[in-house]
Design a protein around this ligand. Sequence first.
Ligand SMILES: Nc1ncnc2c1ncn2[C@@H]1O[C@H](COP(=O)(O)OP(=O)(O)O)[C@@H](O)[C@H]1O
Ligand SMILES: [Mg+2]
Length: 311
Amino acid sequence: MDGTAPGRQPEPNQGALGPRGRGLFGRLLQGLRSSPTPRREAVAIAVASGKGGTGKSFLATSLAVLLHRRGLRTALVDCDFGLACDHLLLGVKPGATLQQLLAGQATLDQVLCTSPAGPRLLPGASGVRRMANLTDRDLLAFARELGQLATREDVLLLDLGAGIAPATLLTMLGAQWIVLVTQPEIAALVDAYAVVKCIAQLDSKARFLVAVNRVATRGRGEVAFQKLTEVAGQHVGVELTYLGEIADDDVVMQQRLGQLPLVATDPQAPVAQGLEAMVDRLEQLTGGLRQRELPAEQSIEARFKQHRLFL
Ligand SMILES: Nc1ncnc2c1ncn2[C@@H]1O[C@H](COP(=O)(O)OP(=O)(O)O)[C@@H](O)[C@H]1O
Ligand SMILES: [Mg+2]
């Protein structure tokens, strides 16, 4: 007697496995055979720069407000780890921040705030040294939370710190688009090129959209972009696309902390109009910013996890 019911033949190759082993083995095999199910996710856009102070946070908060006003479910994530300031630019007083979220001391819903101008904000911690040096465990928790958030939104804007710190590069690699914010000066362009070079070494398919901020004379943004593409094209072979320019204007500096962004308080101001045009182009270049279906291996969480192994 082999324990098989009369009239039934044992299934081939499974005789040695008990029912529990068979279940586990079967699940493992199935996991290998079938590709995981696709998921619907937000379009993730990282806002990055080489040099500090190029206007990433100004741009990211403004874009978040404008996208929200276009009826898109928009969340801004403050990824300037340890030096966060988006809450100040959006007039939000956060209770808990990304720090508590990653430590498992608060849930995503406890940390997410709705800003007075509309978009949701996942605020970062400011002046917290620990956050400047995220561990592998923190990064995995961050990937998981971003994955969760992405299933609820149309657009995720990831406002980064300047430079090429590992967690910053990883966040760029996790996003589908990188808005690279530079100024027209050569020092800023050199640092922007450094970011392109680092990312190109890790992902040759990365997509950069270049925004030139604080332009003194109309048209200088495109000239600066040409310089950057010449250098980048020659040396790294990555494709860059021009997103547009924003004028240098004192009204930006005059906004007080805690006040709503200029695009909300004075939408007719020339800088606000420039930002509006930039959003038009962003929507056009990305093919629309609605939530979309992605193969599981291209989800933000999966991309984070894959790239983390190479940093
Ligand atoms: N287009 C602009 N015109 C004038 N000032 C600007 C402009 N963009 C940004 N700024 C100012 O530059 C400073 C740095 O901007 P911020 O967005 O904090 O840069 P980053 O996030 O890249 O460090 C801020 O004081 C901001 O008000
Ligand atoms: Mg900033």
